[in-house]
Write a protein that binds this ligand. Structure first.
Ligand code: NAD
Ligand code: MG
Length: 396
């Protein structure tokens, strides 16, 4: 390798951010941390800055910047602290940066992630909501700048690994019949339907196989995560929604599969640990040690599959409908879901009402053609307003 690669980690204090730093720390001869961002856990961010000594850190407010700058100065670290979205965009697109880990959760990550794309960086995409909201514009920006977009979501990373290098010619051109997107089914896969009204945020966040942030954990419990991933896969691999089949695979060992016209089905397997896709994308096209234990298939013993039940998981139906509608529909879906998940986590609504709120937004807000980022954010704002009105009427 020619030089030490400079890495920006957006969302460094989160689950993906910390896993990324774990991998980076294993390879000091390859990677150097250029910038780290945090939003709430700022003492953790301070500790990370003292450990990794990045050129820049980004925090949400000026007051937080003053506090962090002072603490780092006392600790003998010369990191410069920047503020807010402008700071995030600056460290994402900085000329000295080689790769950006986009691991901010939700719509808040869209502009910084796009800044990395527009600057032609190697972009490691964990922030699926950014792509779901703005798919067409996002992929246009990738093509225009020549950015290298590598999926971190374990399923999409698996699909990427199972596709030939020239898949961008078109899935049918390279002999792909279907993409098989696996899902664990989350913590409520077998919960009696009538009990779903009573489940708590803690139960929803206790994922059987993966340890993740709270928002994506609730998305996994409702299977909206798989719905968002369906839309994500359509954009990443230029697939139609009907080319993607979702299957529940409770062991989370097969991370997804690609079905070819000759009957071959390629799968990527591994322990459920995000350091595998993170290492894959960081080093691609090379391979590096991730710290993940080798897969013990004797211990796994069996691999089960079942079709998802849409009466249990109505969010799947809503997401598929948004994928098929196109235009602003996925941005509406995503924003409504963000409001609903937040309301559920705060105890304002019951678990099944997440889908009810999203359904209401999709029924009321018109789907429009999206030709600018302004149109994406207009849809996002409209969806949040309708969702908040629904919440006023239904909150406990
Ligand atoms: P998390 O909640 O653990 O971390 C989120 C990060 O984003 C934190 O660093 C937080 O400070 C930052 N953040 C939150 N709100 C922000 C805002 N308004 N502005 C700026 N920064 C903000 O979440 P996570 O589990 O690490 O997930 C991050 C992203 O990766 C999500 O989009 C998620 O869907 C995706 N993802 C996560 C996993 C996983 O295993 N955790 C797997 C696949 C995809
Ligand atoms: Mg995933």
């Amino acid at each position: 390798m020619s030089h030490l690669q400079q890495i920006t980690v957006l969302g460094a204090t989160g689950s993906i951010g910390l896993s990324t730093l774990d991998v980076i720390a294993r390879h000091p001869e390859r990677y150097q941390v250029f910038a780290l961002s945090g939003f709430t856990r700022l003492l953790e961010l301070e500790a990370l800055c003292l450990r990794f000594r990045p050129r820049f850190a980004v925090v949400p407010t000026s007051a937080a910047a003053v506090a962090l700058q002072g603490a780092l100065h006392s600790g003998g670290v010369s990191t410069r602290v920047l503020v807010g979205e402008a700071g995030l965009c600056e460290v994402a697109g900085h000329p000295e940066v080689d790769a950006v880990m986009a691991a901010i959760v939700g719509a808040a990550g869209l502009k910084p992630t796009l800044a990395a794309v527009e600057a032609g960086k190697k972009v490691l995409l964990a922030n699926k909501e950014a792509l779901v909201m703005s798919g067409a514009l996002f992929m246009q920006a990738v093509r225009k700048s020549g950015a290298v977009l590598l999926p971190i979501d374990s399923e999409h990373n698996a699909i990427f690994q199972c596709l030939p290098g020239d898949y961008a010619r078109g899935l049918s051109q390279v002999g792909v019949r279907r993409i098989l997107l696996t899902a664990s089914g989350g913590p409520f896969r077998q919960t009696p339907l009538e009990q779903l009204r009573e489940v708590t945020p803690e139960q929803a966040c206790a994922h059987p196989n993966w340890s993740m942030g709270r928002k994506i954990s609730v998305d996994s419990a409702s299977m909206m995560n798989k719905g968002l991933e369906l839309i994500e896969a359509c954009w990443l691999f230029d697939a139609k929604p009907e080319q993607i089949e979702i299957l529940i695979h409770p062991q989370s060992v097969i991370h997804s599969l690609v079905d070819y016209v000759d009957g071959s089905v390629l799968a990527q397997l591994g322990n459920p640990d995000m350091r595998t896709p993170i290492s894959h994308a960081l080093a691609w096209p090379e391979r590096i040690d991730s710290g993940v234990a080798p897969l013990d298939l004797f211990a796994v013993a069996r691999l089960d599959f079942q079709a998802p039940d849409e009466s249990r998981f109505p969010c799947l139906r809503l997401a598929r409908a948004a994928a098929e509608a196109g235009g602003s529909a996925p941005a509406l879906l995503n924003a409504a879901n963000e409001v609903a998940v937040q309301a559920f986590l705060q105890g304002q609504i019951r678990f099944p009402q997440i889908a009810d709120m999203i359904d209401e937004v999709l029924n009321i807000a018109p789907v429009v053609v999206v030709e600018s980022l302004a149109a994406v954010f207009a849809a996002d704002t409209q969806a949040r307003e309708i969702a908040e009105q629904w919440l006023q009427r239904h909150a406990r």
